[in-house]
Design a protein around this ligand. Structure first.
Ligand code: ACM
Ligand code: ZN
Length: 747
């Protein structure tokens, strides 16, 4: 990076830089119909488009330019993009167009001004601002020039720009899957291009330790590799590689914040050095996903010595004054059963294991404070009081961040609802990301300033390679970049149009971007016949469908008849290319369709599916619980009354429940079925006891079916009992559970 010079007690920069262009023509007759494209992302705070454009074949700068690094960077960016060998930028005298770079009076925040007229370009800003000014200029060149065989044109305009948040982050998980140095650099380039400024680098996990360690070599020889069905998987970054990445990022004004997880998500470290855990028994580096019971022992001082030594090496590698220490998903089961941990609680007067977690975090904060570093932790670290200076990253919603700022701590918002880009597009699409505002309602102005920004998280359990990383990150990253740059000024329609202009650029940048939104949501319309109707937010899609034994057919008017139960498959196309995967919708046609349902305990806002119509809409859920068909009930029993309108003969009633214990979704324990003619007097018809599958892992659906009923009824009540909390032996012990269901099928 370019060194700052301190003058007169004020930070000032050497600033005059002259660019020159070979001016070819500003109003070339044959090009008189130039249409300016200003689809810059993130959209600058202020853009004034002017008449005309600048046309040039290359830039000529003043040979005394002090901004060699910025210029060289821009030159390289330009050359890499256009694959041109020759130089775009030359220095010399006799230049006929001049660009002045000037930062006087501007703060060191990355603010900049960019002015293009028919003869020159002017960029003003502090060092970081100049860098961002160049990124904006670069985008303008790419947006307005399809190729670089001819002179390039840049629309005349004035831009004044600054960011809304100082922390605009991207979390890359290199533990669940390992990404090469090249992929990481590609992402740093992309982050810089979209003016993001933090790479949160997740480097230690249950499934692998990814940093070369001098003092603890087994962290690499054992902890960096896991055995799965294909053999050994893993790797680590050498210290030299890490330094290379950090320098690469620094040159692009990106801060790398390493995450060293503790006290949980530490199986790889424990596998390397079993003395770090409570039981001190050998374990294997994890080769499945989830939350694991063995965590660092909080009662053993050698654990803190180990971590202090680890952090000695970490702070040598990472210049950032912030270190992320994780703190999430640390089950307390081992601590509850560990003599050392219990002794620690007694000696330190700690009322429970949550307080012990805070004790753990405080000790680490003290270790890092001695090294002049502050810590960031996930919102769980607020479970008990923390007095050290910590910043909170809020992920289980916004409440952790709100709690943090109310305690005067800084917060970074990355709620699962908007920021988890590892989630499927069905649950977080481009518009949903664009609707993200890191600042929730109800904060005062001081509290608002403590929210320093947001992050999108790319947990890589289901991101095995760069292709999948691209597909999950893009185009959603563009939305994140804009909301963090420009909160709260937003216009989705305008944004979506600008995104279209970026696809050709992303193609050249070798980004295998994914889709913007679900290409087809299937609605069932019930009258005499049932029609499946396709809806989508994506423009210009065409569909083919498959139903029953039929062959694949074009879907006319986005609508088809379905009068029996079955699976409807839909494939969308955009510009003759497949758009997204085949969408399959299971459909059940039954007596209860369209009937009204009353809820005793309401469904969650996060998993509401189609609201009160969900349980009788004829649509069944898939194994993806975020497919929009599942309705979720948090921490309470499921209890609904179905009104069949008239006395109806009933032979069977079934209801599906979903389980994925890693996401705290659990099949209920007992299910009861009641009938009534007036909703006053209820008669129990049948019940299913011991229906749960609490020990079973993975994602599955279990159908609760009441058969051979041979009854008549007008009202039906179903009660399914939730587990109030996961039992103590479970990794996520103590957490409340969800019940998920999709349809009440009446036959
Ligand atoms: C997290 O997603 N466990 C922070
Ligand atoms: Zn212990």
């Amino acid at each position: 990076m370019i060194a700052n010079t301190i003058l007169n007690g004020k930070v000032k920069f050497l600033f005059v830089l002259c660019f020159s262009f070979f001016l070819v023509s500003c109003q070339n007759e044959s090009d008189g119909n130039f249409i300016a494209n200003t689809s810059i992302i993130p959209k600058p705070q202020l853009t004034q488009l002017k008449e005309g454009y600048l046309e040039a074949s290359e830039f000529i700068i003043n040979e005394n330019s002090k901004f060699v690094d910025h210029i060289n960077f821009f030159e390289n960016q330009f050359q890499n993009y256009s694959q041109k060998k020759g130089k775009y930028i030359k220095s010399g005298i006799g230049e006929n167009l001049i660009v002045n770079i000037n930062n006087e009076g501007l703060q060191i925040k990355g603010n900049y001004k960019l002015k293009v007229d028919e003869e020159k370009i002017l960029i003003e800003g502090d060092q970081k601002g100049i860098f961002y000014g160049f990124q904006t200029l670069f985008q303008l060149i790419l947006l307005n020039n399809e190729n670089f065989k001819e002179n390039f044109k840049i629309p005349c305009l004035k831009i004044q720009d600054s960011s809304s948040f100082s922390h605009r982050g991207f979390l890359m998980d290199c533990c669940r899957h390992f990404f090469s140095i090249e992929t990481i650099k590609k992402y740093i380039d992309l982050l810089a291009f979209y003016k993001m400024n933090v790479l949160h680098w997740h480097l230690t996990e249950d499934q692998g330790w990814r940093i070369e360690m001098e003092k603890y070599p087994k962290l690499n020889s054992i902890g960096s590799f896991r055995k799965d069905s294909l053999g050994l998987y893993g790797g680590f970054y050498t210290k030299n590689e890490i330094k290379e990445i950090v320098n690469y990022a620094t040159e692009r004004y990106i801060e790398i914040i390493p995450e060293i997880e503790l006290p949980g998500h530490s199986t790889a470290a424990i596998a390397s050095y079993p003395y770090l855990s409570c039981e001190q028994k050998p374990v294997k580096v994890a080769n499945t996903w989830g939350v694991f019971k063995d965590i660092y022992c909080a009662g053993n001082d050698s654990v803190f010595l180990f971590l202090e030594n680890v952090f000695d090496e970490i702070v040598d590698l990472f210049p950032s004054n912030r270190i992320h220490i994780g703190g999430d998903e640390a089950p307390k089961f081992r601590w509850e059963n560990c003599k050392k941990c219990q002794n620690r609680m007694k000696n330190e007067n700690l009322p429970d294991e949550h307080a012990l977690q805070s004790y753990f975090i405080e000790r680490i904060a003290e270790i890092l404070a001695k090294k002049n570093r502050s810590i960031i932790g996930w919102d769980e670290i607020l479970e008990s009081e923390i007095s050290s200076e910590v910043s909170i990253q809020s992920w289980r919603g916004f409440f952790g961040g709100v709690e943090a700022v109310k305690q005067g701590k800084k917060a970074i918002m990355s709620p699962t609802s908007h920021c988890y880009f590892d989630y499927e597009i069905e649950s977080i699409d481009l518009e949903k990301v664009y609707s993200f505002s890191p600042i929730p309602n109800g904060l005062d102005s001081i509290e608002e300033t403590l929210i320093i920004g947001g992050e999108c998280n790319l947990w890589s359990e289901r991101i095995p390679n760069e292709k999948e990383l691209d597909c999950k990150s893009f185009p959603r990253l563009l939305a994140m970049s804009e909301v963090l740059w420009r909160n709260p000024k937003k216009n989705y329609v305008n944004f979506q149009k600008r995104v279209e202009s970026h696809y050709p650029i992303l193609d050249v940048l070798n980004v295998d971007y994914g889709i913007e939104s679900t290409p087809a949501t299937i609605k069932l319309e019930h009258s005499k016949k049932t029609h499946a109707v396709i809806e989508t937010k994506v423009k210009n899609l065409k569909y083919f469908f498959h139903w029953g034994d039929d062959s694949l057919k074009p879907l006319n008017n986005n609508k088809t008849i379905v009068n029996s139960s079955g699976i409807l498959s839909i494939q969308a196309f955009k510009n003759q290319r497949k758009y997204g995967k085949v969408i399959q919708q299971k459909i059940s046609i039954h007596k209860g369709i369209g009937k009204s349902v009353e809820y005793k305990n309401f469904f969650s806002e996060y998993y509401k599916s189609d609201g009160v119509k969900t349980l009788t809409d004829g649509k069944l859920g898939s194994l993806n619980f975020k497919d929009g068909n599942w309705q979720g009930f948090f921490g309470s029993n499921f209890e609904v009354v179905l009104d069949l309108d008239t006395m109806t003969s009933l032979n069977s009633i079934s209801i599906n429940f979903y389980q994925y214990i890693n996401s705290w979704i659990v099949i209920p324990k007992n299910i009861q079925l009641y009938k009534s003619t007036d909703q006053k007097k209820w008669t129990k018809v049948k019940s299913l006891e011991g229906f749960s599958e609490i020990k079973k892992r993975g994602k599955f659906i279990k159908e609760a079916i009441f058969q051979d009923l041979k009854i008549e009824s007008k009202f039906i009540k179903i009660i399914a009992e939730n587990f109030e909390e996961l039992p103590s032996w479970h990794e996520a012990a103590g957490s409340k559970c969800w019940i998920f269901t999709d349809e009440i099928i009446i036959r």
